[in-house]
Design a protein around this ligand. Structure first.
Ligand SMILES: Nc1ncnc2c1ncn2[C@@H]1O[C@H](COP(=O)(O)OP(=O)(O)O)[C@@H](O)[C@H]1O
Ligand SMILES: [Mg+2]
Length: 240
């Protein structure tokens, strides 16, 4: 958690990802400079999860290159990833927050401050001593975000973080994410929820069938996307 140089820009060049003979992503090139909330959009099966996992180092490209401004090991330690279905430790809510700080040997006083801050930011302070397994889906996802944020990463990846949640939980999670950016963490979030993309995106990366259709500033994307696939998607058509 030391003050250190930026991991951005992230540059992807001509990336291909294959699995079991299938090409999941092909010819993907773009850069992220790290100052904009980026939303990865596209229909189901378009490669959003694969691209997020690739950027976080969980998938290896078959071809092409992916480079952060610093070495990939250093970059990895400055990123967090929140999965669509959060995995909680079978421990108390507060212990799920203490654990990542323990891994990076945070001093006790700072640890206590950070845990209290995030318990309060997530509205989970009154559940701190309960087993995390007792939490609702929305509460689990908020805890997962707090756990990911507590080590102050430079980038927070969230893969469809509200897909299985009700409207109230979705609102609460989006409010929590709005508080993250002023802390200096760049959000990269995938969703196929158009409303969520409109509410959160400053920049859109649009995928279709494993291809990168466009990377656009959000206002431009929602008014006049460059690709016909994105236009069909925004019109609510089935994208083929
Ligand atoms: N482990 C895998 N092996 C083979 N194909 C996969 C695997 N994971 C995903 N796919 C396929 O890759 C495509 C992209 O998947 P994914 O990245 O999960 O898309 P999205 O997140 O946009 O729904 C889909 O057609 C999916 O069926
Ligand atoms: Mg997905």
């Amino acid at each position: 958690m030391s003050q250190s140089s930026s991991i951005f820009p992230l540059r992807l060049e001509n990336i291909q990802v294959r699995k079991r003979g299938n090409v999941l992503l092909n010819d993907i090139s773009f850069s992220l400079v790290g100052n904009l909330t980026t939303v990865v959009m596209g229909p189901n099966g378009s490669g959003k999860t694969t691209l997020m996992r690739l950027m976080h180092g969980l998938e290896r490209p078959r071809q092409g290159s992916l480079n952060w401004a610093i070495t990939s090991e250093q970059a990895r330690s400055k990123q967090s990833f929140v999965f669509q279905t959060p995995i909680m430790m079978r421990r108390r809510v507060d212990e799920n927050l203490y654990y990542p700080l323990k891994l990076v040997a945070t001093p006790k006083q700072e640890t206590d401050l950070l845990v209290n801050h995030w318990l309060s930011a997530t509205g989970l302070a009154n559940k701190a001593k309960l087993p995390a397994q007792f939490l609702s889906g929305g509460e689990r996802q908020k805890l997962a975000i707090a756990r990911a944020m507590i080590t102050k990463p430079q980038v927070l990846f969230l893969d469809e973080p509200t897909t299985n949640l009700d409207g109230q939980s979705t609102r609460e999670i989006e409010a929590l994410l709005r508080k993250v950016k002023p802390d200096g963490t760049c959000i990269v979030l995938s969703t196929h929820d158009l409303g969520q993309a409109k509410r959160l995106a400053e920049q859109v990366v649009f995928l279709n069938k494993g291809h990168l259709c466009e990377v656009s500033d959000a206002p431009q994307f929602f008014q006049k996307p460059q690709s016909s696939a994105a236009q069909l998607y925004l019109d609510g058509d089935i994208v083929e």
